[in-house]
Design a protein around this ligand. Structure first.
Ligand code: HEM
Length: 412
């Protein structure tokens, strides 16, 4: 990393995984925003993959994100490499479609994410979190990621979709292995395992959808199989692929933000103290965790025509990557951008930078994170970090592998 930081900017290839061993390469992003805000990486180490443009300034990410006609989610997919999830699979999920297909399906899914439905889920989310904390009682040292965050986020999305608790671990494992682009430990067999993962996700999702068609309940899957907007209904494929998208989006996203946020607080005791003294500040702090540690490092677009951005010509067909860890720390948009400030309350791009694909799960994610931080901080106010963890080595997932802590005395 130290060597790459010293290289001329046009010799830096962000596809080089050694730059990502400690998570997003913030020092390089700082340079790129100034020296080459639209920067080319050849992705030389990735066989068969074309290079990409990196977008690092907040304003430019906003421009790309909102202009779906010039920057497509459908032509080429939404990830930096299609090795983990083939583009046909991405295109079958509405995150990988352009309007008008995208808008029709998203409108139907939005029926399941109304503020009322999300708010009604708060009691369940709190109960899930309290039960997970209860299970830690009597323990001393443990990994907050595996033993608190994972069971909570898995059960929350499971309870929302209507899948049984015993399947939470299976879904979480499938989601993570499917998304951990670049991490040899999580995707040891690369392509080989990818096909198996995808086949399993879809056969499981089909089974749940078929069951709810026959036996409707009040869960999200039941709502989706029966949803209707302007006489339009979802097809079986749209439901199954949408279901898979929600499992993928719902697991590692909130887990990443919670674990990185806790890590941030444990490394900055005066910031944690502010939240202990004033718990109503927690929703504001959640926005700061999302800004500092966006769960997904990027989404991709493909240029549909030649386009000049910030003086740089992007050619039709080129890959364009929006790096949220960079745009969320743009000094033009945020004062002292690398500093965690739980009172900052700034608008960020962790959920995307506006436009058609803005995250569908924002209200659910915000509520889940609020409850997780409230209950965890209240129960274990003296928690300490026992080691500085490693980051998942990925161009997409931005999260620590573990958060090793000593719980300290439980309050109340
Ligand atoms: C901290 C939590 C989360 C973060 C940081 C996050 C981030 C994002 C981002 C950046 C996008 C934009 C993709 C693009 O522009 O191509 C997105 C889209 C999406 N997210 Fe989230 N997400 C989170 C939680 C969730 C949850 C809990 C769900 C659902 C249960 C969810 C469902 C979706 C869906 C369905 C889309 C696609 C929307 C579309 O294409 O119109 N997300 N998310």
């Amino acid at each position: 990393m130290a060597t790459a930081v010293g290289l001329p900017i046009d010799q830096i290839d962000l596809g080089d995984m050694s730059l990502w061993v400690n998570g997003p390469p913030h020092e390089l992003f700082d340079r790129m925003r100034v020296e080459a805000p639209v920067h080319w990486s050849p992705m030389a180490e990735w066989e068969g993959e074309s290079g990409f443009w990196s977008i690092t300034r907040a304003e430019d990410v906003h421009t790309v994100s909102r202009d779906w006609e010039a920057f497509s989610s459908e032509q080429g997919g939404i990830l930096i490499t299609n090795l983990a999830t083939p583009v046909e699979v991405q295109n079958a999920m509405f995150i990988g479609m352009d309007p008008p297909r995208h808008d029709r399906i998203k409108a139907l899914f939005q029926r399941g994410f109304t503020p009322k439905r999300i708010a009604e889920h708060e009691a369940t989310i709190r109960e899930i979190t309290i039960q997970a904390l209860d299970r830690l009682e009597g323990r001393d040292e443990l990994d907050l990621a595996a033993e608190l965050a994972q069971p909570v986020v898995g059960r929350v999305i499971g309870s929302f979709l209507g899948t049984p608790e015993e399947d939470d671990v299976v879904w979480a494992d499938l989601a993570k292995r499917g998304l951990a682009i670049g991490d040899d430990e999580l995707q040891p067999d690369g392509n080989e395992s990818t096909h198996e993962i995808i086949a399993e996700v879809f056969s499981r999702a089909s089974a749940v959808a078929a069951d709810r068609r026959a036996n409707p309940t009040d869960d999200l899957t039941s709502l989706l199989v029966h949803a209707e907007v302007d006489g339009e209904r979802l097809t079986d494929d749209e439901i199954v692929f949408g279901f898979a998208l929600l499992v993928a989006a719902g697991n590692d996203s909130t887990k990443a933000t919670f674990t990185n946020g806790m890590l941030g607080l444990l490394n900055a005791p005066e910031q944690r103290q502010k939240l202990l003294d004033d718990p109503p500040l927690i929703p504001v702090a959640v926005e700061e965790f999302l800004r500092m540690y966006p769960a997904f490092a990027h989404f991709r677009r493909t240029a549909t025509r030649d386009y000049e951005l910030n003086g740089q010509l992007i050619r039709k067909g080129d890959k364009v990557i929006m790096w949220y860890p960079a745009s969320n720390r743009d000094p033009e948009a945020f004062e002292c951008p690398h500093m965690l400030d739980v009172e900052r309350n700034a608008e960020h791009q962790a959920f995307g930078a506006g436009g058609r694909h803005f995250c569908l799960g924002t209200a659910l994610a915000r509520l889940e994170l609020k409850v997780l931080f409230e209950e965890t901080l209240a129960r274990y106010p003296q928690m300490e970090l026992t080691a500085q963890p490693e980051a998942v080595q990925s161009l997409f997932l931005n999260q620590p592998r573990t958060v090793p802590v000593k719980l300290g005395a439980a309050a109340g």
